[in-house]
Write a protein that binds this ligand. Structure first.
Ligand code: GLP
Length: 242
């Protein structure tokens, strides 16, 4: 595990983006696992700039996202499909067919989960980098704290604390979807490298538990301790308890 404590959000975004830029230069046809949330937005802005400056290209890149809300179509402005277009895909040269996000509006959610699990399993050697944030309760993707975690892509009931945390993006808490489709723990841990970004004092306690506490399904991010190549970029506030 490699931990970099960054001055602030901007510094964190720049340093985390550098991991991706280096990979994109070395391996232009890499496979990236991507994440949503407020933590990676600055990182994506740095990647967009690198493409605009001609330093890197997404022309041969393939991407897979961690998760999606169930019940939101890809054109809903709070869907993660929409988020990815707004914050990255529409601003880089990635071909539309090279991005894959589990659908939250498939007629058969279980079948969509099976499709996504198979798509992830077919990535040779796993994602070159999987980007993740961390939820206030220690979730990664939408793998919520529970007595057991699932290996494969599955539909998960969102915990009350996650619904509350994500309500800030919706008109009211009642509009937050109650479930989501998420990559399972195997899908995440299959990546060759995992880059975790954490920002703000609200993440300080859970980041400490995840990185240095016991490995437990009640803190899904603690399973990252089992992965051989995790790189963490935390700003000073998020790293305050480390
Ligand atoms: C959501 C996403 C996670 C993300 C988390 C934290 O619940 N499913 O992938 O890591 O929120 O988001 P933020 O970065 O906004 O704190």
């Amino acid at each position: 595990m490699r931990l970099t404590i960054c001055n602030d959000y901007q510094d964190m975004s720049q340093k985390a983006a550098a991991e991706f830029i280096e990979l994109l230069k070395e391996k232009p046809d890499c496979t990236l696992g991507l994440a949503t949330g407020s933590s990676p937005i600055g990182l994506y802005q740095n990647l967009i700039k690198a493409v605009q400056d001609g330093a890197v290209s997404f022309a041969k890149v393939k991407t897979y996202n961690l998760d999606e809300y169930v019940g939101l179509t890809a054109d809903h402005d709070q869907s993660y499909a929409y988020f990815m277009r707004q914050n990255l895909f529409d601003h880089v040269d990635i071909p539309a067919g090279n991005t894959d996000i589990p659908s939250g509006s498939a007629p058969d959610t279980a079948a969509e989960c099976r499709r996504y699990t198979a798509a992830l399993a077919a990535i040779p050697g796993g994602q070159d980098i999987q980007l993740i944030g961390i939820g206030n309760n220690g979730h990664i993707g939408f793998n919520e704290p529970d007595v057991a975690l699932s290996a494969d892509t599955h539909e998960v009931t969102l915990s009350p604390s996650t619904i509350e945390a994500n309500a800030r993006f919706f008109a009211s808490v009642a509009e937050v979807p109650k479930s989501a489709v998420t990559m399972g723990m195997r899908g995440i841990l299959a990546a060759k490298k995992i880059v975790l970004v954490a920002t703000g004092s609200g993440k300080a306690a859970i980041l400490k538990q995840a990185l240095y506490g016991p490995i437990t399904t009640q803190v899904p991010a603690s399973l990252l301790q089992l992965h051989p190549n995790v790189v963490i970029f935390a700003d000073r506030d998020a790293a305050a308890e480390l």
